[in-house]
Design a protein around this ligand. Structure first.
Ligand code: NDP
Length: 454
């Protein structure tokens, strides 16, 4: 049977665009449909605009710190509208690059919603239909908002980047990546920022000490963080949104940002009618080659809910192309993925946290907590935290956790060593770079006492 295309990609985000371009590079005839803007969550309303906002918000502290270094900084003011306009221009530029990359690779693009009509068929919202030897679903995810009375008054990360004005008072709900990053952004921009998290400590899943260190620092920087607290209802009144909390208090704010997780974008794609059963949060189950139970249909990125990070989606896309279009079956390696959380202070982490590692073997923990050099003249008490988790017998470094300036940059490098199987002795025989904060990673001499889990 002859098909219109060798590959039809649904979704123009990080995973879909990379797969389309790489597959086309092998000589395959490729099409891609995107219903919104090319670039996906990461570029349009995720990682990229978020990082720009983190930069913007960090200037308030930089202006304060400058005084300790002899600068006389006149009182600074922040213009939200200017930032949003500059951010929009940059996103439009990047979207153009994504489109240009697809065109340059001879991928046919459709600005339309696509659904699957059968194992080899795609129908577009324009009414056009196509057939393809392979279909790749890369439709990503979307914010999940719990069913709370008044939730319609709240915004999510879909809206936060386009608010016409900066809220003076904001409540962020959630304790994960997005909630903690946005609490820092709004706080740094000068908004009175409250954060509610239902559990005992933010950033579940990360190293316990890192969680405590970051939450203390966020509070010290001015975030009104309430643990064990959730929203009961939101009432819209003339003076703002009245948020009734589980602790009985009422918090009045201009915006409520829900960052309570994301779900896969699989609704109405036609997958169930093809007989494909979806996972608990609507995700598409796939094997190690990103292949679904229907052999011609593959899925990569957040829609599969494996490790929901842009660089992982890109790797899944490349492994898919190697497997299907280059004849090199390539499973996706999801182990030891380094990641940064752009909280303020920033977190860089790779591998297991202390508690998680202690469940797998006897461990040694090395820790350094210190004031980074820049904070001394700035008169800032905030400390930096670095931890290495080491397997006692093999001496392999199982995890590295950094909190402080440039933690995200450092963890990329530490991630290489740890992925290569570096031992503590390998770290120790690496000469320090002085004067840096990173040198602490190779100068931690003695393990701290830790209780071992049998
Ligand atoms: P996360 O899964 O990280 O966090 C969701 C948070 O919402 C958790 O604190 C969770 O609590 C809480 N929550 C979930 N359901 C409810 C509920 N019904 N009521 C109250 N609270 C609730 O999701 P995010 O939305 O923050 O981010 C989604 C994903 O995007 C991340 O997992 C990450 O993979 C990716 N991301 C990565 C970034 C980066 O690399 N820097 C930045 C932003 C996002 P609990 O812990 O109790 O379950």
């Amino acid at each position: 049977m002859s098909f219109d295309y060798d590959l039809f990609v649904i979704g123009g985000g990080s995973g879909g665009v990379r797969a389309a371009r790489m597959a086309a590079g092998t000589g395959a005839r490729v099409a891609l449909a995107e219903e919104f803007r090319m670039g996906g969550t990461c570029v349009i309303r995720g990682c990229v605009p978020k990082k720009l906002m983190v930069y913007a918000s960090s200037f308030s502290q930089a202006f304060e710190d400058a005084a300790g270094f002899g600068w006389d900084v006149p009182s600074a003011s922040f213009d939200w509208t200017k930032l949003i306009a500059a951010k929009d221009a940059e996103i439009t530029r990047l979207e153009g690059l994504y489109r240009g990359g697809l065109n340059g690779a001879d991928v046919t693009t459709y600005d339309a919603r696509a659904t699957l009509s059968d194992a080899h068929g795609v129908t577009l919202s324009t009414g056009e239909t196509f057939t393809a030897a392979h279909i790749l679903v890369a439709t990503g995810g979307r914010p999940f908002v719990p069913d709370v009375p008044g939730a319609e008054h709240a915004i999510t990360s879909n809206e936060v980047f386009d608010l016409p004005e900066m809220p003076k008072r904001v409540l962020v709900v959630g304790g994960g990546y997005i909630a903690c990053e946005f609490a820092g952004i709004f706080n740094g921009m000068g908004a009175k920022t409250h954060q509610f998290y239902r559990g005992a400590q933010i950033l579940r899943g990360f190293d316990g000490e890192v969680r405590g260190h970051v939450s203390d620092a966020m509070i010290a920087r001015g975030i009104d963080l309430h643990l064990g607290t959730d929203v009961v209802k939101i009432d819209k009144q003339a003076d703002g949104l009245h948020v009734s909390c589980t602790n009985g208090a009422v918090c009045v704010v201009d915006q409520v940002l829900y960052a309570t997780g994301r779900v896969a974008n699989t609704e109405g794609l036609g997958l169930e009618s093809l007989g494909l059963s979806l996972g608990r949060t609507g995700e598409i189950p796939v094997n190690e080659y990103s292949q679904t139970a229907i052999p011609s249909v593959y899925a990569v990125g957040d829609v599969t809910n494996r490790v929901n990070l842009t660089p992982v989606a890109i790797r899944e896309a490349m492994a898919f192309v190697d497997t299907v279009f280059r004849g090199i079956p390539t499973p996706v390696d999801h182990d030891l993925v380094p990641t940064a959380i752009f909280t303020q202070p920033e977190i860089g982490t790779v591998g297991m946290g202390e508690d998680e590692a202690a469940k797998t073997c006897d461990i040694q923990v090395y820790r350094a907590a210190f004031r980074p050099m820049a904070n001394i003249l700035a008169g800032r008490d905030e400390r930096m935290l670095m931890k290495l988790i080491v397997a006692k017998d093999s001496q392999k470094v199982l995890g590295c956790h950094i909190v402080g300036p440039a933690a995200g940059e450092m963890i990329q490098m530490a991630g290489i060593a740890i992925k290569m199987g570096a031992t503590k002795a390998d770290f120790d025989r690496t000469c320090a770079v002085h004067p840096t904060a990173a040198e602490e990673l190779v100068t931690m001499k003695n393990p701290i006492e830790v209780a071992q889990v049998a």
